[in-house]
Design a protein around this ligand. Structure first.
Ligand code: SF4
Ligand code: MSK
Length: 652
């Protein structure tokens, strides 16, 4: 196999890697290779640099040193490091949610704002849930009250996070018993930073429980607010078609790529690209028009609501620039490699890198700061810059792979399973019935990033194929969604090619793909609501922990993924990670996250790098849950034969 194929299972990415090999361009794969061998202490989570008596490290083989200068052992150090990852990940998601709440508040204050409420139904539903009066009030007044209540969730010091009340009672009871019911989002994150300061909390399990509390504040707070208020502002997604992969770049048009996570800017950029005068300007420069595409989750945001095509996932950000066909890459926050600036500085490519967030500046990028009060004006300025850069494109250097696959996206907790019942039976009953009968074996959430440690996209795609072949309906978000879209798994036709007979029947009846795209990383909160609705519908137990469902992040790399993993597990879901959590230098921490958490929350982690084996672990878990609910095995023959009760039990 060629090196490029070893690095990526996606043919377009492999083609680009081949195209740039031998050039000065460096990619994350090259830098990953240059980092070998990576630090074993770091991988095991047993190095500490929290104070300047250190840095300290622990002998992983049980020898000396067994403690840092302060006396912290492997268990304390690994637990502290782990929950600091959660603090960072939860902060990132939650700051995103805070920014969206701020945008809604600003919109509610002025009719002149470039942002307005676009989903009145969702706003009114939220208002009812939050006890905001609606009778005889203007929409803007309702929006203001809703935004203020959501805003207050971040700084809340006492009581319980409001949206945690959405979780099934049994799950909430578990959180109360474990003492992890979140208060305010910021409070839980700050408490992690306090407890992990030298000489504060020195009990590994107590530390991890605070990590769980902050993660829950992310999933049922910061991320959920980001999702719900984005829906209010930019409208709740509906099923929509589009395409994904580098082939969506247009060789004849001005190509803009938005990259990062937040929808506030990308929504405006999209509107600006549709302005007649800018399209005319593009034509006057010799282009056929303006073409917008996205990378990472900001792409998922505008795909879900507008069908804007996706150019790629995390590991394709450098490859997109290397096509030589991108006039501007506009970045906001999260998952944007600093390497992009260095790539621009090579001057091999004419792409302008434009940073926009005061929170995220990049070397060699032009900074055009985004300000919501002048949103459209700034978006127009950015698009104009991209258009004016078109004549600098060197046509001889352009290399755009042909691949781009069709997809269907736009699924939400509100619309996805109601579809299974058709317009006249809008409930989760048909989904639950399909599971109860064994037509669908269970539901899996496959999410997360790319990581050059594993073959790009291979984990996502192979795991998803194995699951759907065995009648497991798959919900995806983030970079998994992009990987699966590129592999053609997000089309209804994929059911005929890859799904088992039971899942195929459902997909054919309703016209859905076997893999449902639920949005960006913060939209994992949609998955929490899907699970909650399944419990509420009845027949599948009393809590999320009873459901025949499982989660996975086969190629995860970011601290956000750790926060997601913890709120999903603490919400009762068995979750398999491709790359292990960096805790294996501590037996206590490893045992707690892979075993102990189950007793408290009903969910636990497993680590498995082989995506097929990981999918089978998920199906073993799903089968165990089916057995506990006294449900039959899969209705049709499936390739991964359910084990006997004894075998499943023995598999743990
Ligand atoms: Fe070393 Fe303890 Fe300081 Fe960490 S907190 S660097 S283990 S002395
Ligand atoms: S973008 S967090 S690489 S999924 Fe949400 Fe992808 Fe992971 Fe970023």
């Amino acid at each position: 196999m060629k090196v490029s194929d070893e690095r990526s299972a996606d043919p377009a990415s492999a083609e680009m890697l081949e195209h740039i090999s031998g050039r000065a361009v460096q990619t994350a794969w090259d830098r990953h290779e240059a980092q070998q061998p990576q630090c074993g202490f770091g991988q095991l989570g047993i190095c500490c640099r929290i104070c300047t008596m250190g840095p300290c490290r622990i002998d992983p083989f049980g020898g000396e040193p067994s403690m840092g200068v302060c006396g912290a052992d492997a268990d304390i150090i690994a637990a502290r490091n782990l929950i600091r990852m959660i603090a960072s990940g939860a902060s990132a998601h939650s700051d995103h949610g805070r920014d969206v709440a701020h945008t809604l508040l600003e919109a509610s204050r002025s009719e002149e704002s470039d942002y307005q409420v676009n989903d009145e139904i969702k706003l009114r539903a939220l208002a009812m849930e939050l006890d905001v009066p609606t009778e005889g009030r203007e929409l803007r007044e309702i929006a203001r009250d809703v935004a203020e209540i959501c805003f207050a969730q971040f700084g809340r010091q006492e009581g319980e996070l409001t949206f945690a009340a959405r979780a099934p009672r049994d799950q909430r009871d578990r959180w109360h018993r474990a003492g992890v019911m979140p208060r305010g989002v910021d409070r839980e994150i700050v408490e992690i930073m306090h407890r992990t300061h030298i000489g504060v909390d020195n009990d590994p399990v107590n530390l991890i429980l605070q990590g769980v509390r902050a993660a829950l504040a992310d999933g049922w707070g910061g991320s959920m607010i980001a999702t719900d208020l984005s829906d209010v502002l930019f409208r709740t997604p509906e099923w929509i078609t589009s395409r994904a992969n580098l082939g969506v770049l247009d060789p004849n048009a001005v190509n803009l790529i938005v990259h990062g996570h937040e929808p506030t800017l990308s929504e405006m950029i999209l509107a600006a690209t549709q302005k007649k005068d800018l399209i005319e300007l593009a034509k006057s420069k010799g282009a056929t028009g303006i073409n917008l595409g996205g990378i990472c989750c900001t792409a998922n945001e505008i795909l879900m609501r507008h069908g804007i095509p996706i150019a790629g996932n995390f590991l394709q950000q450098e490859l997109a620039i290397a096509t030589g066909a991108v006039e501007a890459m506009i970045v906001d926050v999260q998952c944007i490699m600093p390497a992009l600036g260095k790539l621009i500085d090579l001057k091999d490519y004419h792409t302008k890198l434009i940073s926009t967030s005061p929170k995220a500046k990049f070397p060699f990028a032009e900074h055009i700061e985004f300000d919501e009060s002048r949103a459209m004006e700034i978006a127009v300025r950015i698009v104009r810059q991209a258009v004016e850069n078109f004549p600098n494109r060197d046509k001889d250097k352009v290399h755009i792979p042909e691949q781009s696959n069709p997809l269907v996206a736009g699924f939400t907790a509100e619309n996805v399973f109601t579809a299974l019942g058709g317009r006249y039976r809008p409930s989760y009953r048909p989904l639950n019935d399909a599971i109860i009968s064994g037509r669908i074996r269970g539901v899996a959430g496959v999410v997360g990033c790319n990581n050059p440690k594993v073959r790009h996209d291979y984990g996502h795609v192979e795991m998803t194929k194995e699951l759907i072949a065995n009648d497991v309906l798959v919900a995806v978000t983030g970079c998994t969604a992009v990987a699966d879209a590129k592999a053609g798994l997000l089309c209804p036709e994929a059911a005929l090619e890859y799904a088992g007979e039971g899942l195929q029947e459902i997909c054919r009846a309703v016209g859905i793909p076997p893999v449902l795209h639920l949005g960006s990383c913060v939209d994992n909160s949609r998955i929490l609501m899907v699970l909650t609705n399944m419990v509420a519908e009845g027949g599948l137990g009393e809590s999320i922990a009873d459901l025949p469902v499982a989660g996975a992040a086969p190629e995860w790399m970011s601290e956000k993924a750790v926060s997601i993993g913890f709120y999903v597990v603490a919400s009762g879901v068995y979750t398999v990670l491709g790359e292990p959590l960096p805790v294996q230098g501590s037996r206590v921490v490893t045992d707690f996250v892979t075993k102990g958490m189950e007793g408290l929350f009903g969910g636990k982690f497993a680590f498995e790098s082989d995506p097929i084996k990981a999918a089978r672990l998920m199906m073993d878990h799903i089968d165990r849950k089916r057995q506990a609910l006294h449900l039959p095995g899969p209705m049709y023959e499936v390739p991964y034969v359910p084990r006997t009760k004894a075998e499943v039990k023995a598999a743990g």
